[in-house]
Write a protein that binds this ligand. Structure first.
Ligand SMILES: Cc1ncc(COP(=O)(O)O)c(C=O)c1O
Length: 489
């Protein structure tokens, strides 16, 4: 008979299995103890706890991504529903979303327009191939994205995740030079501390050591620019730091070392997010553009988190007035509702592929779900919502208030830097000796208990709320965080 907590429905024998089942039961009972402990979390009227039938009966099978699995499963934090600015946790307590999920839910949660578009689409056309076939929504979604991108970034290649978008852009860069008879341009240049997802391409050009060191030799022929983080020069900067534009000149050194004829592309995040919010120094991105132009190197902006209004413009390229040759995007493209990613490509790059016989495939690349009908429908509805509600403009107008609220944390215990741009803030904490990340993780746990979701990386707290946030919610967000920072040691 089905029982939601029947963890003994397996019939394997032996001591090890017994131990495994017992462990499962223990982690479940811990979960239940938290659920039943009405005093552990504040309760909110209207927030409904999970019913027994919804509770997972086993936390073991899901190997969780970028998570300390054993630590999490010993004291799980489960989110069971969401609306607008808030999640509801399994025990019923409300949690304000200070991270837009994972930098993706820019229009807030449970938006009716997107829900309805997805429901309608799944009933009408659940799947259609886009290899040698097509369906209208993918073309419409591509046109809409192209219209939103600056300049002649008019051609859109669809993928399903930021990591795939990055791999796609890197492959387009290599194939582009080859199509133009410059096949010797195979080097890819990333940046220290860069995050470009977890594919082999992305971790090769990326610069986060833990994402690289376990996975062998990675792509060959990759070099890295220096990162732009410098607390001595730039601590507590509001917006773009004054110091550091010259760091872009390191590209000249790399060109001198390898020769321009070997370099295909440079990829950077305009604002580095996952490494802990690094805002580009004034003039830095323009300088990179100039050097790339000088040597015929393609410039790729990875806008997976900066796209769709995070900085108060549709894309960071527009915000900084620098036009790259390709833009990668994901997350906010569908408000996080359905996985979808894309690469925006400038017209001359696209045209370089359109040269051979018309019956020849121009790019041997694609994903089964490139331009998936449901993702396309979600993207169209999301872009409608952004426009109808003026959410990018809203982010721009809230940015100064958000900036002041973030910088008001200066002087709290352990805080060594605060930096911000648009609706993003990074709060860097001093690490405990020999325990990098412990202090920020403790803040994350305590914030969650007190009703706030934050994102942490090392000892840096990143805040990137949905763009629908209200001023009083900004106050509440920083209020909870400041209380937590006072409480931790
Ligand atoms: C700049 C950037 N690029 C790529 C990615 C990878 O995206 P995904 O996790 O969808 O593969 C991320 C994810 O946070 C990102 O921030």
């Amino acid at each position: 008979m089905f029982h939601p907590f029947n963890i003994f429905n397996e019939t394997r024998g032996g001591l090890n299995d017994f131990k495994r089942l017992n462990d499962k039961r223990n982690s479940l009972s811990r979960l239940l103890r938290r659920r039943d402990n009405g005093g552990l979390f504040p309760s909110f009227s209207g927030a409904r706890p999970m019913s027994y039938a919804q509770m997972p009966n086993d936390l073991e099978a899901f190997w969780m991504p970028f998570t300390a699995n054993r630590q999490f499963k010993a004291a799980p934090r489960l989110l069971v529903s969401a609306k607008d600015m808030h999640y509801v946790a399994a025990d019923g307590h409300k949690v304000m979303d200070g991270a837009a999920g994972l930098w993706c839910v820019n229009a807030g949660h449970g938006r009716q327009k997107i829900v309805e578009a997805v429901q309608k689409q799944v009933a009408e056309l659940d799947f259609a191939p886009t290899f040698q076939m097509g369906h209208p929504k993918a073309f419409e979604a591509a046109s809409r994205v192209a219209a939103l991108l600056p300049g002649d970034l008019d051609r859109i290649f669809f993928a399903n995740s930021g990591s795939e978008a990055v791999d796609t852009a890197l492959k387009i860069a290599l194939a582009y030079h080859r199509a133009r008879g410059e096949g010797s341009r195979t080097r890819l240049i990333g940046r220290e501390r860069g995050y470009h997802g977890v594919g082999f391409g992305g971790i090769s050009v990326g610069g986060i050591v833990n994402n690289r060191k376990f996975f062998g030799g990675l792509l060959t022929g990759v070099d890295h620019l220096p990162h732009t983080h410098n607390l001595e020069k730039n601590a507590y900067t509001k917006g773009e730091p004054e110091w550091g534009a010259h760091l872009a000149d390191d590209l000249e050194r790399i060109v001198a070392l390898h020769d321009a004829s070997t370099i295909a592309a440079v990829i950077v995040e305009p604002v580095a997010g996952s490494t802990g919010v690094l805002v580009p120094p004034k003039g830095y991105l323009k300088r990179l553009r100039e050097i790339c132009d000088k040597y015929g190197i393609l410039l790729i902006f990875d806008e997976v988190i900066t796209g769709f209004g995070r900085l108060g413009s549709a894309f960071a390229s527009e915000h900084f007035g620098v036009l790259p040759d390709m833009v990668t995007m994901a997350k906010g493209l569908t408000n996080g509702v359905i996985p979808m990613a894309a690469v925006g490509v400038r017209e001359p790059v696209f045209q370089a592929f359109m040269q051979g016989p018309e019956n020849a495939m121009e790019l041997f690349h694609g994903y089964t779900y490139s331009g998936h009908p449901i993702a396309s429908a979600a993207a169209i509805a999301t872009l409608d919502l952004y426009r109808e509600e003026g959410l990018f403009e809203r982010a721009a107008s809230l940015a100064p208030y958000f900036e002041e609220a973030a910088h008001a944390l200066k002087g709290l215990p352990h805080v060594i830097d605060i930096r911000n741009i648009g609706l993003v803030a990074g709060i860097e904490l001093e690490s405990r000796p020999g325990k990098v990340g412990a202090r920020a993780y403790e803040s994350l746990v305590k914030c969650f208990e007190q009703g706030l979701l934050i994102r942490t990386t090392g000892d840096i707290i990143a805040l990137s709320p949905p763009l629908i946030i209200e001023k009083n919610q900004i106050d509440e967000l920083f209020g909870i965080l400041s209380k937590v920072l006072r409480d931790i040691d």
